[in-house]
Design a protein around this ligand. Structure first.
Ligand code: ADP
Ligand code: ASP
Ligand code: MG
Length: 407
């Protein structure tokens, strides 16, 4: 007997027919004698619709009410799955975040889980009751509903698996696992049998939305055995594992892209000591996450141009902060949202030189200009014009030997 957590994403619970198919999978695991906790997302498209309504109702909305509205999609699917399972003769009940409770901080819209009290749920699991939890939500100390950020049900599932000390956390989605790149963009993308926590963390944070980034860091920190697999087929998925479980290490194991980036350039900044702190300090205080940075100092050393990236949704806020930073003198502020960040990722890069050069040559051969570069031990990211992103991802996928043999 094992204790398992199964998580089903939006496409997998998009309508009653699919919820019935999900129930069949849950039943199989329960019939095999496992204790089963299930985490569900809202039906595909529901969360987008809820967010739209909130924005229409109030453009500068109260974040607490945003969470009250957008968390509601998961309530419906959790209840429906419990009903369908009950009709199949399986004991099941649904739980909302506050009922568990899933305690979070009060950063509405992207709250962090702080504590999960699983006492009641464990009692039910031990009585062989399938426990279905609404993903994406929790409750703050002020007794308000919180949500965990887009894609947050993955994090709910991994957190629950860690708290329940589950043997497995199976993330069921609409693709067959983690691929070398987004299979919807590159048809030659190859499914990975295994991927390391570190690579998965980079892939997720650099744009591969198959797992929410926080779910991966949580799995890594708590040693949760995560598997990503399809709810539509019975093929084996991808296991997220420690590096020593991978025998043949690829130099590059994946390519990711992120479209929600924006580039800000400050032209003609006075080049005096401390200037970077005066610019980036207020941005950090305003919770604007700065990612890639380049600085070009003029020949006489008196002026500098600073280019950096921020999340697309934060451009207006960043501009307002920079305009407000009165004592920082610059000639011009420019922002550009028509950019995409492309990243190549692989733990093998630690011991292999030349990946960056190969990446840059490949993009140059396609006539794609690189605007900003950033690197870490196991990844290289470049910022390019948005219109070239598919071309760039495909070209890099081929050059780094990732294309599947079938293509
Ligand atoms: P769910 O609703 O099940 O949580 P998501 O839409 O959040 O599903 O994530 C699955 C999607 O992630 C896939 O449909 C795919 O387009 C996208 N994706 C991006 N990069 C990758 C990748 N490297 N491997 C697999 N899927 C990826
Ligand atoms: N329903 C939420 C979203 O669309 C959470 C999730 O699906 O993981 O972001
Ligand atoms: Mg998701």
């Amino acid at each position: 007997m094992s204790r398992i957590v199964m998580k089903f994403g939006g496409t997998s619970v998009a309508n009653l027919e699919r919820i019935r198919a999900v129930a069949e999978r849950v039943k199989q695991e329960a019939d095999a004698g496992n204790q089963v906790a299930v985490v569900v997302s809202a039906m595909a498209g529901t969360t987008d619709q809820l967010i739209k309504w909130v924005e229409e109702a109030s453009p500068l909305h109260d974040a607490r009410e945003y969470d009250a509205v957008v968390s509601s999609g998961e309530q419906v699917t959790a209840g429906l799955l419990a009903l369908v399972l009950q009709n199949m003769g399986i004991s099941a009940r649904s739980w909302l975040g506050w009922q568990v409770p899933f305690k979070t901080n009060n950063v509405h819209g992207s709250a962090r889980i702080e504590n999960i009290d699983t006492t009641q749920m464990i009692d039910r699991l031990e009585d062989n009751i399938v426990c279905i939890m609404a993903g994406f939500q929790g409750i703050s100390d002020d007794n308000r509903i919180t949500t965990l950020g887009r894609g947050g049900s993955d994090t709910s599932a991994v957190a629950l698996a860690a708290a329940l000390n589950a043997d497995r956390c199976d993330i069921y989605t609409d693709v067959e696992g983690v691929y070398t790149t987004d299979p919807r963009i590159v048809s030659a993308a190859r499914k990975l049998d295994k991927v390391t926590y570190e690579e998965m963390l980079e892939m997720a944070s650099l744009g591969a939305k198959v797992l929410q980034t926080r779910s991966v860091s949580m799995a890594m920190n708590h040693g949760v055995r995560v598997q990503v697999l399809s709810s539509f087929t019975d093929k084996p998925g991808t296991l997220v594992v420690d590096e020593d479980e991978i025998v043949e290490k690829q130099v590059v194991s994946g390519i990711a892209y992120a479209k929600d980036e924006a580039k800000i350039t400050l032209v003609g900044v006075q080049n005096t000591p401390g200037i970077a702190g005066e610019i980036f300090g207020p941005l950090a205080e305003g919770n604007v996450n700065v990612d890639m940075i380049i600085q070009n100092i003029s020949e006489d050393g008196k002026k500098t141009d600073l280019t950096f990236t921020v999340p697309e949704g934060d451009v207006d806020k960043a501009e307002a902060i920079l305009k407000d930073t009165g004592h920082v003198k610059y000639a011009k502020l420019m922002s550009d949202t028509e950019v995409v960040k492309i990243s190549v990722i692989g733990v093998g890069m630690r011991s292999h030189a030349g990946v960056a050069a190969r990446m840059f040559e490949t993009l140059a051969a396609k006539g794609i200009n690189i605007q900003v570069i950033s690197t870490s031990e196991i990844k290289i990211s470049v910022l390019i014009r948005a219109e070239y992103y598919e071309l760039a991802v495909r070209a890099l996928h081929t050059v780094f030997g990732l294309d599947s043999d079938q293509e």
